[in-house]
Design a protein around this ligand. Structure first.
Ligand SMILES: [Zn+2]
Length: 617
């Protein structure tokens, strides 16, 4: 997922894992609902029928996923067949049936999500997604919980190969420990509010020079050398967002209250404790994150201040204002890597071809199957994401490309996720087909850095150097933002009952600590509400520090590739194939990096970035 804006489908999806043999009674009623469903899915999804990875052996060929009464017998069947397992092989086969069911459910949910985010103005798509989230998923959660309990208590579980199931068992145990029936409706409400946030953000437009523009489309004007034009564009967007400030605050108040209740119901001291366990963060603690923030403050902030001071000097300004941050500091016109999305696709294809033939084939397949929806248009949800169609075992990429360098970074990023999904296609245990997010983002961020060597596919040599510099500067800039967003959430969820004013004060204190040299005079309100545009805070609480942890991994992959590109890429691909089957430190080490985010790791990597920036000036 794209770090500043996007949403990823998977983190919401608490791994299901279903199972049974039950093909008999699903004679399939071709209900009106199903008919409606087929109609919308045909017209609203960018892709047509996808090739099946493997034939279904447990889930019936035809099933109406909008009708819970057709899904329930599959869970009944799994409950019954678990008791009939006679040996470890039977139990493993049972796990695969459960996997097949979960992949099918996951894919259905992704399809509805994709249709909705590609058409935020389509009432049918929204209804179909909401129906699934509000009526189907809540029915499945207690059924999943029951199966997890059955599995954990199964007498044959000890007979399974220990190393193979170690991670699965650990994750399943924590789900079972945290599961509460009474949290199901609260999570449904949380999902509904999240969808409202998406809808509101996606609907915002401004009138700019006689044309209606989405806020994403306005981003490119911040790169214009005409300072008055940048200011006009920035202020229009800031004002438009401020008009909605109260709606965003209200939504967030409700979300915080829900989350505090969810944590309390699960017997956790606060929501932070709950979130760390629910996100299966076995390999680091809240204290490690706080130390990471400190390491960023000490090691990265000097580099950020230096870059900002240099920018200010180059632009010949007394002060950097919020609209001076994206323009080229030498006042060259903005980089325009492409006008049409076709060029984005073909140039990305060329880059992957130069990196590795396997990766290039993967991307080509996605393009052939129309698994890319890249152009920005009105009524498309903001941001970018990669979603995996879990049953077809194929990735889909969603973006809002408008023709800026950031789009190039985003396609490389999301393609990294897509390569990860493709690398795990042959893993039959569904939960092992996705890695923990801390490592998923190593896959994507490494691809940004590795792909950057070949930016001449988009640019002249001089512009490619400029784009590389922009990207590396972006890495220096993003660490402080990660610390801000993460530390803010630590504050929010360890201060139950806080007021809006206290929350704003906490945010502003972090902006002081990590904001660098920007002068917000006259726009204090916009500064105080800047977090409203950070979708993760609303949709995926605590999901942000992962980007920082992963960026350190990606920088290590990149550092290795400077010494030995062939070996570094081979390690990268090998680590992707492990999916989620091993604990985080092992995934990092397979990729040739250390799982550590103390100052000891941060310091030399920041030094490397500074050193690489030097000749790109
Ligand atoms: Zn990502």
């Amino acid at each position: 997922m794209d770090i500043r804006t996007a949403s990823v489908v998977s983190p919401n999806r608490h791994s299901l894992l279903g199972i049974t043999f039950y093909a008999s009674r699903l004679t399939f009623s071709f209900s009106r609902w199903m008919f409606a469903l087929i109609l919308w899915s045909m017209s609203l999804l960018p892709f047509d029928r996808l090739p099946a990875h493997s034939p279904r052996r447990f889930v019936p060929q035809k099933i109406d996923w909008g009708d819970g009464s057709q899904i329930a017998p599959l869970f009944d069947g799994l409950e019954t067949s678990a008791a009939q397992c006679k040996n470890a092989a039977d139990l493993e086969s049972w796990l695969l049936d459960w996997s097949e069911l979960n992949a099918a459910v996951d894919e259905e949910s992704s399809r509805r999500y994709i249709a909705m985010t590609c058409h935020t103005n389509n009432a049918e798509a929204e209804k179909a997604y909401l129906h699934f989230v509000e009526h189907i998923e809540p029915q499945l959660k207690p059924r999943e919980f029951k199966l997890e309990q059955i599995y954990l208590g199964h007498s044959l579980r000890d007979k399974l190969p220990r190393e193979r199931y170690e991670v699965f068992d650990r994750n399943t145990k924590v789900h079972v420990e945290l599961y509460r029936d009474e949290n199901v409706p609260l999570e449904t409400e949380e999902a509904r509010l999240s969808q409202q946030y998406q809808k509101l953000s996606g609907s915002l437009t401004v009138q700019f020079r006689g044309e209606e523009k989405t806020l994403a489309q306005m981003a490119r004007y911040l790169e214009e050398v005409d300072r008055a034009l940048r200011q006009e564009a920035w202020e229009l967007v800031a004002r438009r967002r401020l008009q909605e400030a109260d709606s965003f605050e209200q939504m967030f108040d409700q979300l915080v209250k829900l989350r505090e209740q969810i944590a309390k119901n699960a017997g956790c001291g606060d929501y932070r404790e709950y979130a760390f366990r629910a996100r299966c963060r076995f390999d680091y603690t809240p204290e490690d994150c706080l130390k990471f923030h400190e390491a960023i403050e000490r090691e990265v902030m000097p580099a950020l201040r230096e870059l900002q001071a240099e920018r200010r000097r180059q632009l010949k300004l007394d002060k950097l204002l919020p609209w001076d941050l994206a323009v080229d500091p030498l006042n060259r016109p903005p980089l325009r890597p492409f006008e049409q999305v076709d060029k984005l696709v073909s140039a990305a294809q060329e880059i992957f071809g130069q990196l590795d033939q396997d990766l290039a084939r993967g991307f080509q397949t996605m393009n052939d199957l129309r698994l890319l929806d890249l152009a920005n248009r009105k009524d498309k949800a903001p941001g970018g994401y990669q979603a995996t169609l879990a049953e077809a075992r194929l990735p889909f990429i969603f973006m809002n490309a408008v023709g800026v360098q950031r789009d190039v970074e985003t396609i490389l990023h999301e393609a990294g996720h897509a390569f990860h999904a493709l690398a795990t296609r042959d893993e039959n245990l569904y939960p092992y087909r996705h890695a923990p997010i801390e490592f998923c983002e190593v896959a994507s961020m490494s691809m940004e850095l590795l792909g950057n060597q070949f930016l001449e596919a988009f640019y002249s040599p001089a512009d490619a150097r400029r784009a590389r510099r922009d990207h590396l500067e972006g890495i220096v800039e993003v660490f402080p933002w990660i610390a801000t967003v993460d530390a803010f959430q630590h504050w929010i969820y360890t201060h139950p009952g806080h007021t809006r004013a206290e929350r704003t004060a906490a945010w502003l204190a972090l902006m002081d600590r990590f904001g660098g040299e920007v002068d917000w005079k006259g726009w204090q309100n916009a500064r105080a509400n800047l977090w409203h545009r950070q979708l993760h805070i609303f949709l995926h609480p605590f999901y942000y520090v992962e980007y920082g942890i992963a960026q350190l991994g990606a920088l290590q992959v990149w550092a290795r590739s400077k010494e030995n590109p062939v070996q570094a890429l081979a390690n990268y691909k090998r680590s992707l194939r492990l999916g989620g089957s091993r604990p985080l430190p092992e995934l990092f080490s397979a990729a040739g990096c250390r799982f550590d985010f103390s100052a000891k790791t941060v310091k030399p990597l920041v030094a490397l970035v500074r050193q690489e920036l030097e000749p790109l000036n």
